[in-house]
Design a protein around this ligand. Structure first.
Ligand code: 5AD
Ligand code: SF4
Length: 436
């Protein structure tokens, strides 16, 4: 049993966990293959943030219930942690179930599988360790992800993450800097710091860096031109973070700050630990920054008890802040979460209606805001080439997509930084011409 296939669902943390899992498997002598058919060992790294995400892995497993004979199936990630042993009942052809807090044990669990064990699990959440490995196999050649904090100590009423990823554990600042240096040495110019609650970071070593200090230090590693971070919790979002972005051009002027709702009443029911006014203060810091900071957010519509007036408050918040983009979601009931007990669930059709209204408003905002970029010159990291349109795909510091044509496009621009004049703007991207 030496070939494996892995499919990943969910967030950036999951994607990066998979990079570490793949590295670990390669180091153990396994060989990665591009299809399930070729693989002896099949991994699904799963997400359970909403019911739809959770169902994906069960659909996949169902698909291979018959044709999967002779293969070994392994379920990793948030569904693994959430469902635990129950996965063996739902999908008896699964042999390994392991949550992200137990990935350090994967080599050991694989040995157990190799020696003929039919059911092995890694489900303990009782850990103060992070999953650090020298073997990370990175998928993205331009941007390297670095986990700085795992788990979550908040208890948002709708959210499974505290149950699936365990308590918060931060890596030492020294190990983060060492990894950043190594990445810069390997040619990466952009890093993205990851955590479910990235700004709750606290260096466990005597240095005791807070998040803003870590960010500043990462931004000063020679060779690193761009530093991003995600996801921030408004409660722990302090002014020092905005000050750091102001002072260090290597820190990208983009902040993803999930608000979830514009109604203080709903925020309280969600146990978000801030009011609308407190959130707005953080927005003010960013609006007053020297470099314009792009602000993006997550919104949940149809949380139990959300009235029409509450929803209107969210729409008003969008109009007031004018986010650069948003991710909108319909509330989904999740196992174990406090919100399960709340009365007054909103009907599905009403959630759908609210989501559409939200997205339509945001589309207008983006059309208007993006139009302001026409005529400006933006520095882009070139991330791809679109053969169909003949355009290069660039990414601005604000994380906007800027597609551009270059007259003499013979040379390879991938991974390079170029200046692009914006000539057109759509709701979701910009287009322009390279000026250098
Ligand atoms: N239902 C809908 N959306 C959710 N999110 C988290 N939990 C739920 C849920 N139960 C959204 C939040 C979060 C994003 C990653 O997913 O907006 O910020
Ligand atoms: Fe999905 Fe949340 Fe787990 Fe990420 S942490 S994989 S978004 S449930």
């Amino acid at each position: 049993m030496k070939t494996f296939y892995i499919e990943t669902f969910g967030c950036q943390m999951n994607a990066h966990d998979s990079e570490k899992v793949v590295g670990t498997l390669l180091a153990e002598g396994y060989q990665q293959v591009p299809t399930v058919e070729e693989a002896e060992l099949v991994f699904y790294n799963t997400c359970s943030i909403r019911d739809k995400a959770e169902q994906k892995v069960f659909n996949r497993l169902q698909q291979f219930k018959k044709d999967g004979k002779g293969k070994t199936f392994a379920v990793l990630g948030c569904v693994a942690q959430q469902e635990g042993d129950k996965i063996f009942e739902k999908a008896p052809h699964v042999s390994l179930v392991c949550g992200s807090a137990s990935y350090n044990k994967l080599p050991e669990l694989l040995v157990q599988l190799e020696t003929g064990n039919k059911r092995v699990t890694g489900l303990s959440l009782d850990t103060d360790q992070t999953f650090d490995t020298p073997f990370t196999r990175r998928d993205n050649p331009h941007r390297a992800y670095i986990t700085i904090i795992e788990g979550c100590d908040k208890s948002c009423a709708y959210c499974v993450v505290p149950f699936t990823r365990g308590p918060e554990r931060s890596r030492t600042g020294a190990s983060v800097i060492a990894e950043t240096r190594e990445l810069a040495g390997a040619g990466y110019s952009e890093v993205q710091l990851l955590g479910q609650n990235v700004n709750s970071y606290r260096d466990p070593s005597p240095a005791g860096w807070d998040f803003a200090t870590l960010l500043t230090n990462v931004g000063q590693v020679p060779g690193i031109r761009r530093v991003r971070f995600t996801t921030s919790h408004p409660r722990d979002f302090v002014k020092a973070i905005v000050d750091a972005i102001d002072q260090h051009p290597s820190l990208c002027n983009h902040v993803h700050l999930p608000v979830q709702s514009g109604s203080s009443r709903v925020l309280e029911a969600m146990q978000r630990l801030y009011t609308r006014d407190e959130y707005m203060r953080r927005i003010e810091w960013m609006k007053n920054a020297r470099r314009p900071i792009a602000i993006t957010t997550d919104i949940i519509v149809g949380f139990p008890g959300e009235t029409e007036a509450d929803f209107e408050a969210t729409l008003a918040l969008l109009r007031e802040i004018e986010y650069d983009s948003i991710f909108g979601f319909k509330y989904s009931r999740r196992p174990n979460t406090p919100a399960l007990a709340l009365a007054d669930q909103i009907p599905e059709e009403e959630k759908t209606r609210r989501l559409l209204v939200l997205q339509e408003l945001q589309r207008d905002i983006q059309i208007r805001r993006n139009a302001d970029y026409v005529g400006r010159v933006e520095e882009c990291l070139v991330e791809g080439f679109n053969k169909a349109t003949g355009q290069w795909i660039g990414r601005t510091s604000q994380h906007k997509t800027l597609n551009f044509l270059r007259p003499a496009s013979a040379d390879d621009l991938l991974g390079k930084y170029v200046d692009v004049r914006v000539t057109r703007a759509g709701p979701n991207s910009l287009a322009g011409e390279c000026v250098n």
